[in-house]
Design a protein around this ligand. Structure first.
Ligand code: TXA
Ligand code: MG
Length: 378
């Protein structure tokens, strides 16, 4: 699923290098006028043509102008696509919530073009936060810091903190530099749905709710940023993500602690966030065959995400072969969940993934995707 790797310009620095291996980018985004593989047909003709645009200098300038006039622009980051608004314009930020159908008291991350801009948005940056920023920005890390006085409640959800991130994706970086300010952006999906990792996902979810979608191809990391809060005595891991816990621990000297009841609210951490519509269930590897047979015997239609190549006889409605390693697994995860959802099976079975720190963020997303519908959603 969604295996197209979209070449684009690697930024210098550690963030870009960490995304090496099969996800490595090459070549400038301006060269990517051709639509990503598999998406061209959908964009030919039809109203979407006017809103999903391939990236070039002109479209970046147009996107920046739209942001300045208070409009919403969806753009690729190395994690997932973001739904951006001028973070200095509270009315524009409120439009994000309307487009997403998200409650207004949920905070949004402000994206910055360079680390130095943090001083404009946070009133204090602890030394440990500085070290994380130096190690992982630009890249898939969000720091939650005490907010500066001018930051609007629309951005912070009324909290005294602000989430900040310097993305490494060249299109996000180019947009931020052209815009010249902070861009508030949650993931560009409807509230409670799976985050988008392609421009097409954004269009499917948000339709006319967004003025422009910059098409930077499929996102490299594929799951959201790691969020570390510095609003307490010690760093708190609010959400595992694109930067692994081991990497954080190497820089901090120890792993950030898990949130307790007093930690700042991160609605993305609510249980059924990232959920497909079809009921989904995590199944241990050695129980998968028996579970499929059992469901088949009740005429249940099954869609499967598994790291083994072939299903048992019958195979279900859809058998998606997920990558064996954590990084490519995460890269494909949301596109895979969307594909599994699209076949409208009675149930989605997801083969459990390994224990261990490399899989922490994936396990987190799978746990949320397979939990019930009773919980609140972001
Ligand atoms: O990778 C990402 O982080 C993507 C891309 C677009 O940057 N963004 C993203 O945003 O995932 P969103 O809004 O879907 O999830 C961000 C999470 C939310 O759960 C939000 O509540 C939390 O970060 N958050 C933002 N600001 C916060 C703050 N000041 N305190 C606590 N949590 C915060
Ligand atoms: Mg989100």
């Amino acid at each position: 699923m969604n295996s197209s790797r979209i070449p684009s310009l690697p930024l210098g620095g550690e963030g870009a290098q960490r995304q090496g291996g099969p996800h490595e980018r090459a070549g400038p985004p301006q060269a990517r006028i051709a639509p990503p593989r598999g998406e061209g047909a959908q964009r030919q003709g039809g109203p979407l043509n006017t809103r999903i645009v391939p990236v070039g200098g002109e479209t970046i300038a147009r996107a920046a102008a739209l942001l300045h006039s208070g409009e919403l622009v969806a753009f690729p980051t190395e994690t997932v696509y973001g739904l951006g608004a001028d973070a200095g314009n509270a009315d524009a930020v409120r439009r994000i919530f309307a487009a997403k159908g998200r409650p207004a008291d949920h905070p949004v991350i402000v994206h910055l073009g360079e680390s130095a801009a943090v001083a404009q948005w946070a009133r204090a940056v602890p030394d440990a936060a500085r070290r994380l920023a130096a190690a992982f920005w630009p890249g898939p890390l969000t720091l939650v810091l005490p907010r500066a006085a001018h930051v609007s409640d629309a951005v912070t959800g009324g909290q005294d903190s602000i989430g900040l991130r310097v993305p490494s994706h060249p299109v996000a970086h180019a947009l931020l530099m052209a815009f010249g300010g902070g861009i508030a952006a949650p993931s560009a999906n409807r509230f409670g749905r799976i985050s988008p990792t392609t421009a097409r996902h954004v269009a499917d979810d948000l339709g006319a709710g967004v003025a422009l979608i910059l098409d930077g191809g499929a996102c490299d990391v594929g799951i959201e940023s790691t969020i570390v809060a510095f609003t307490d005595d010690e760093p708190v891991l609010l959400r595992p993500g694109g930067i692994g816990i081991d990497a954080l621990a190497r820089v901090l000297g120890r792993a950030p602690r898990a949130p307790d009841g007093g930690a700042p609210r991160a609605p993305g951490t609510l249980a059924s966030h990232y959920a497909p519509r079809t009921p989904a269930k995590l199944v241990a590897t050695d129980a998968l065959q028996a579970e499929m047979r059992q469901l088949a015997s009740h005429d249940e239609r099954v869609a499967v995400l598994a790291r083994r190549a072939a299903g048992p006889d019958g195979g279900g409605e859809l058998w998606l072969h997920a990558p064996a390693e954590a990084a490519p697994y995460a890269h494909d995860l949301y596109a895979n969940l969307r594909a599994l959802d699209a076949v409208a099976a009675d149930v989605i079975l997801i083969e459990a993934v390994p224990a261990g720190p490399a899989w922490l963020a994936v396990r987190d997303r799978l746990a949320r995707a397979t939990r019930g519908e009773d919980d609140d959603r972001d």
